[in-house]
Structure formats: structure tokens, C-alpha cells
Design a protein. Structure first.
Length: 119
């Protein structure tokens, strides 16, 4: 089975700061990234912060956060608003979270495309 992706993705290990709509912040790791979004590894406390403590289905009730991280040696942080598109349980306490970028600025999009192309 082949993947139907709009954008290529690259594996990475970038520390990310994620802020929910109430301003609560947590940290995790970006495991892969593409010009369209990111996959972040997180634990149960990460899940509770981004879903505001509920078991919301991201396809039924959108969950949006702001992410902030460094693209390797870039002097400025990369930041964007993101929408949660999936949560995959890896174990009882570990999850993958898929986010799609929404409202990404042109500058951030270009920086991200350069990063992905150079990996």
C-alpha cells in the first residue's frame, strides 16, 4: 500500500513547545516534519494539555495549538498554529500526535520547505 501524501516528510528530533488555547504550555519531540505538518511524540500529560483534559475526537471537535521550535541552526524559532488531525496510541502512556499547519505565514512556509529539502 502506498501513502497518498501531498508533501514529503523527513524524520527528525526537534524539541517543541506546544501551547493550547488557554496558554498552557508543554514540551515534547517532533519525530517527523513536512511542509504540511508535524508528528509529535507525547505522553498522557501532553495529551491532556492539548485536548484540554477531554477525550475529544479531533475530527468532530477541532483542537488547535501553537507550536514553537528551532529548525536546527536557524537563529529564529519556527512557529505556527496547528490543528490536531490524529492521535495514535503507542502504549498505555505514549502517543503520536499528527498536526496540520493552519495559518502558516509565507516566511515560515519557506523556511520549512528549505529545511525539508536540505534533510
Amino acid at each position: 500500500m502506498s501513502e497518498l501524501r501531498f508533501f514529503p516528510r523527513v524524520n527528525t528530533e526537534l524539541r517543541v513547545e506546544v501551547t493550547n488555547l488557554y496558554g498552557d504550555t508543554t514540551e515534547a519531540w517532533v519525530r517527523n516534519i513536512s511542509p504540511g505538518g508535524v508528528m509529535i511524540d507525547g505522553d498522557l500529560s501532553f495529551k491532556e494539555i492539548i485536548t484540554l483534559g477531554s477525550a475529544r475526537n479531533p475530527s468532530a471537535t477541532p483542537v488547535e495549538v501553537t507550536i514553537n521550535f528551532k529548525l536546527n541552526n536557524d537563529p529564529e524559532s519556527f512557529n505556527s498554529r496547528c490543528r490536531l488531525v490524529f492521535v495514535r496510541r503507542l502504549s498505555q502512556l505514549e502517543f503520536n500526535f499528527g498536526f496540520r499547519f493552519v495559518g502558516i505565514s509565507t516566511e515560515m512556509a519557506h523556511r520549512l520547505q528549505r529545511y525539508v529539502a536540505n534533510q
